[in-house]
Structure formats: C-alpha cells, structure tokens
Design a binder for this molecule. Sequence first.
Ligand code: ARG
Length: 562
Amino acid sequence: MYAFEQLKKETVKVLAAAGLKGAAVEIPPENIDADLAVPCFSYAKSMKKSPIEIAKEIAGNTKITKGSIVGTVVAQGPYINIYAGDSFYKSAVDEISKEGNNYAHKKPAKKTMVVDMSAPNIAKPMSVGHLRSTIIGDSIARIYTSFGWKVIRDNHLGDWGTQFGKLIYAYKKWGDKKKVERNPIPELLALYVKFHEKSDKDLTLNDYARNEFKKLEDGDKENTKLWNWFVDVSLKEFRKTYSELDVKFDLWLGESFYNDMNAGVIEEALKKKVAKKDDGAIIIDFGDKKMPPFLIQKKDGATLYSTRDLSTIKYRVQKFKPDKIIYAVGGEQSQHFMQLFKSAKMLGYAKKEQLIHVGFGLVSLPEGKMSTRKGRVVYLQDVLNKSYDIAEKIIDEKNSDLKNKKNVARAVGVGAIKFNDLSQNRIKNILFDWGRMLSFEGDTGPYLQYTHARACSILRKAKAKKAPNFEIATTKEEKELILHLSKYEYAVTIAAATYEPHHIATYLLSLSHKFNLFYQKCPVIAEKDARIKNSRIALVYASKQVISNGLKLLGIDAVEEM
Ligand code: ARG
C-alpha cells in the first residue's frame, strides 16, 4: 500500500482510538491548509454533541506515537484537520524512487478491454475527429494497461458501404491511376467530390454506383481489386500518421471484416423477434418514443454501419470475452450507440455494463470547417507539420544549441496537440489555438515537458544517476510537493473510472506548479546541509519520475532536454 493510502488508514485508526469510530476521511480542497480532514457534522446526532465540540474533543484525545506517519491532528471549527508526519514524507518519496517506471502500476488484473478507436474511413482523409478518437482511445488504453488489464486496440476502419460503389464508378469514369498513386487520398477524395457534384444533377448516377457496390459485395474480380487498392494506399497514409502519434493497434478489423456475419445476425434478430420487417426494410423497434428504431437492413437488401457494428459486438464478445468494450467515438454518434447497445443487449450479445461509449466534442480549427462531400478538408498531416514548425521556432529561440532539435520539436509538437485534447473534459468542444497550445508557460503539454526537462537537468548537474535516500522535508514547499506526489495513484484511478484522462492532465499541471515553486524557493545543488541536499535531490528525482509516468499515460514523450 502506498503512503497516501496508509496515511488515510492510519488516520482512521488514530481517530478511532481517540473515540471517533469509522471516521470518513476526506481530501480537502486545494485552498484548505490540511492534508486530510474529517467533517464532524454527521456524528452530531449519535454523539449528542455539536460538530465543533466533537472536533475539539477528538483532536484533544488523540495520541500519536513517535514515528507515526500521522503527524498532528487539530480541530478547526467543525473539522478535524490531519497533517502528515516526517515518516510519511520519507515513505512517499522513497516508494517512487524504488518502483520507478512501475510506480502506481498494479499487478495483472485478469481483465480484458477492447478499445474501438480511430476508425478513419478508407479513401478519405483522417479528420481531426479521428485524431481525437485516436488520442483519447490510446490514453484510456494506456491507463488500463497500467492497471494490469489486457487491452486490445482495434481500428474499426470504415472500409465498406455504398460510398465504395460511388468511388469505383467515379474512378472507372474519370480516374487516373498515376495520379492516384502519386497522391492517393486527395485524388480519391476529388473523385468522390466529383461524383457528388455530377449526381446532384443526374440522379441515375446513384443507380450506377449502387450497381458497382452490389458487384463488389458479390465478389466481382475487378471491383474487388480496385477496392483492395484503395484500402492499401489509404492505410499507407494512415500508418504514417499513427507512427508520428506513437499509437499502435493490435487489430485492424474494418467494417468489411464482418461481411460474412451480417446475414446471420439479421436472421437471428428476426428469429428472436428482436427485429421486424418494415416496408421491405428490417428494423429493431424499441417501442420508445425517445429512441427511434434501428435500421439494420435497407429495402434493397444492403447492410449498414449499424448491422456491421452489431456483428462486431457479437464477434468481439465471443472471441475476447472482454470485461469492457470502449468506443472512443464523437458525441454526434451517441444516439447510434444507444440504439446499438440496446439492440446488442436484446439479442443477448453483450451485457449493458460491458459496452461504453466514450464520446467527445468537436474540434474547431482556425483553418475552418471540414466537409468531405464538398471537398473542404483540413489534412491532419498539415496540422501535425504546423505544430512541429511552431515548436521548432520556439525551441530555436529558447535553446538554439539543443542537439536533436528536429526530434524534440516533433515530440513537443505532438505533445502540445495531445495535451490540448486530453487536458479538457472530453465532452467539451476543443479549439486549436496554436499560440496557447504551444506556449511553454501556460497549462500546456510543452510546459509539462519543460518541467520534466528542467528536473532532468538538475539531476545531471547533481550527477545523480540514482535517487539518494530521502531523509527530511524542511519547508512548506517540499511538503506540499510530496503530498501531491503521493496522490498520483488516486488521480489515475479516477481517470480510469470515468474514462477521463483530464484528471491525470490536471494532476500533472498542479504537480508542475508545485515543483516549480519548490525549485524557486529551495536550493538543491547549492544547499550546504548534506541531509537536506540529498533529500531535495531525491525529491527532484521522484517528481521527474511521476511526471514521466503520467505523461506516458497521456501518450506524451517526456523529453530529457529541450
Ligand atoms: N468510421 C466511423 C466514422 O468515421 C467511426 C467508427 C467508430 N467505431 C464503430 N464501431 N462504430 O464516423
């Protein structure tokens, strides 16, 4: 058990001995000067005393043995305030140095999670929405992996559907192989846009497109070959982006993977009377005014996104027996997921608590709105490149002799984008404000990376390869920093339970603030007293470790110099 949990436990014991059984220990808000607190209101009735009297009496009765991790207990109005003792600070720092990269990473949990993330559409550019899904899904995957879960990242590519009929038709009619090879996604997108322009005027084009898709579904050789080619060239582009983002997938089972299952699922739904025929189509009707029916087969017999998602659940549950399937998909699809989860439950494919939609808000870019149908797009790669450029300029100004400048600029550029996303409540819309995101001073990714690099630089100067043993905390700044360090596991636990990585992000920001305050107030290398000096080096070490562990859970590279 880590020091912070121990402090809570020990507090309960000490208070029980003083006459307050089963005290509900709380973490006070930042502006309250106490490490832990117990509000006494709820005991007034049973103890037949006012909360103020209770606090005073219990604090007065408290006996603390020498060397206890509980330091002092004082009454403040109706509250009992608890302050950590010296041995708390020592265990809190030493446990971090001892466990290093594994600190706060639990033993195998024997649980499995599938994370449905990224899922861009073939032959279209990956959008900033897919970027959010990739970043949020990856962070959740990292958090649960750190808690010992087996996590499977699955890229449910949009590689099937009637749009491929349109694309095949357009390519056959207007396409140029060389052009597509040279510049695949923009060229394929242009063909798709052209199709929409023409079909707005000539509706028969839609019938031709439908026919091409039907041929693809029936395994026509030429169409299958074209489709495979579209998939290959698109994946090549996507993989490049993933590698820059440092995101890896375990599976790439796109929608097309489920083709052979869909007919069976529809049949099963009809047989179980979960679905019914409706004017030639097949729907799942929930008999609920608030939830419209779920269309799973069109009049022309074609399957849909919804059908393939139902097959996907059936497959994943049978194959991986996951405790949870997480869908990191934009909030605009929340109705789809409500219908999907309810249908899956009615069909007996999965239990309600296994399926979780982790939604998120939209992104506004200074470059403007996207619409793939109209060809107005922002290419993700351009967004990344822009971030690298700005980062490089800033680094040039700050530290122009830095080795590996290009690599650091990439890490900072990607870090800024990820942090901008993960530091806010995910359901909110986010804004790409380049100046703010990349600033080294605000609440940004670069600020955290910079704090980490500063800690590394102190350790280099102190020639500390290993953390010295921590002995003593002498100032308020040190104590506050250590107390905050000890709450790391707590922050990660909340982030996991809520699927909200921003709890880790905000934790790291206040850790960095506290670290920088400590660094301003407390000399480290210049300190004369060897015990204090070593303890401060140990504290720098532990701070660096926790920042790096936390950044890792956000998928942000903790650079050592910048
Ligand atoms: N390809 C879809 C889109 O771009 C996202 C798929 C999300 N995953 C899922 N299982 N439905 O909107």
